[in-house]
Design a protein around this ligand. Structure first.
Ligand SMILES: Nc1ncnc2c1ncn2[C@@H]1O[C@H](COP(=O)(O)OP(=O)(O)OP(=O)(O)O)[C@@H](O)[C@H]1O
Ligand SMILES: [Mg+2]
Length: 353
């Protein structure tokens, strides 16, 4: 590999290069962290000596070497030499070296439970079921609600005494409030309007809205990858999704002056959503330095009506997730006090269709 080692050391994916005898040629910094070893300790070492029970791992490596075709496995359990079990996504690609030998390029991506939460196929299925229930219930609420509102309007016109209009006004306002809530519960209900779009246009729009909402008091850091190509997406829905996530960061901040939000874009190769492996996805990170998602909510923040705020409806993230899923993408979240990161992954393959 002719890549500058420093570049490989600055990425978060573990990169392990093996020769044709499955001996370690190099291991970047992320790889050393994931496998809990150092390059000095494992250079020249047989790949099977990196782990305690290497059977599955060796099986994958030899299969790629023999078939000479790449392989991706989700959430492989590996037992480190320390006895600790880790879960990683493993992508192994044959690497034809200049000396004529075929080695292997192994990419390792650590996945913890929370990170995988919205990518998990089963979870997506459960969410679809709960959305179907909500849709049915919403329909049952909206129909009679329309009747109640209409009747209150008629009644308002017939009232003998004007001060009674205060009561019909309350009925109408509350019916409207309930209708809006049900509409939000239903989430994005129209078909996607896909148009080629630069993702930064979406982010800049949200940045302007958030700056205005906070009267320019929050610091918004832009870390964009300008080489990202345009790809088909629904502008309005993506703005809503990013806005919901960013607004949460704003609302969680104890003081706007200390609130720092980073909007970051990158392209990422080989990313799995459900059971589909995407060749290229656009990755948008929205990171804040706030207090973090309360521990008890961490596993359910994407579910509708889950809120940690007294005045929250708990729908912002659920709506964001629906929109992103309609785009064939996924949202993941990682949170601890001082750093909360929401990551949106959007497949970009359509560009090449
Ligand atoms: N960046 C964040 N930092 C801290 N907590 C967060 C963050 N994002 C979300 N949360 C927590 O997750 C909960 C759910 O968020 P969600 O956007 O779905 O609903 P909400 O903000 O409560 O209500 P709504 O968005 O419908 O007005 C929030 O109430 C908050 O407790
Ligand atoms: Mg919200």
């Amino acid at each position: 590999m002719n890549l500058e080692p420093k570049i490989l050391d600055s990425i978060s994916t573990g990169v392990l290069v093996l020769d044709s005898d499955l001996r370690v040629c190099s291991l970047n910094a992320a790889g050393q962290a994931i496998l809990d070893t150092s390059e000095a300790r494992c250079l020249g070492e047989d790949a099977k000596n990196l782990l305690l029970h290497p059977e599955q791992w060796l099986g994958i490596l030899t299969q790629v070497l023999e078939s000479d075709s790449p392989h991706a496995s989700r959430s492989v359990a590996l037992m480190l030499l320390s006895g600790q079990e880790i879960h990683v996504d493993v992508i192994v690609t044959p690497h034809h070296r200049s000396d004529g030998e075929t080695g292997l390029l192994v990419e390792l991506l650590a996945v913890d439970r929370l990170l995988r939460i919205s990518r998990d196929g089963n979870l997506q299925h459960a969410q679809e079921t709960s959305r179907a229930i909500i849709r049915g219930l919403a329909h049952e609420i909206k129909n009679p609600l329309g009747g109640v509102r209409g009747a209150a309007q008629l009644l308002a016109r017939e009232l003998p005494d004007e001060h009674l209009a205060e009561y019909t006004g309350i009925i109408i306002r509350e019916a409207d409030r309930l209708r809006d809530l049900v509409d939000r519960l239903l989430g994005p209900n129209r078909q996607l309007e896909l148009k080629p779009l630069n993702i930064h246009e979406v982010l800049e729009h949200v940045r302007n809205l958030i700056s205005a909402e906070s009267e320019n008091r929050v610091t918004i850091i832009r870390d964009y990858d300008p080489s990202l190509p345009e790809f088909p997406c629904d502008r309005a829905q993506l703005i809503q999704a990013v806005l919901n996530i960013t607004r949460n960061a704003l609302q969680a901040a104890p003081s706007l002056a200390d609130c720092k939000i980073t909007l970051r874009t990158r392209s990422q190769r080989q990313f799995t959503v459900g059971t589909k492996l995407h060749r290229l996805v656009c990755r948008v990170d929205i990171i804040d330095n706030g207090p973090g998602i309360p521990e008890e909510l961490q596993h359910s923040v994407f579910a509708p009506m889950v809120t940690g705020r007294a005045e929250g409806t708990g729908l912002g993230l659920s709506i964001a997730q629906s929109s992103v899923q309609l785009h064939g993408g996924a949202i993941e979240c990682e949170s601890s006090p001082g750093e909360t990161r929401f990551t949106i992954f959007l497949p970009m393959e359509q560009t090449h269709a």
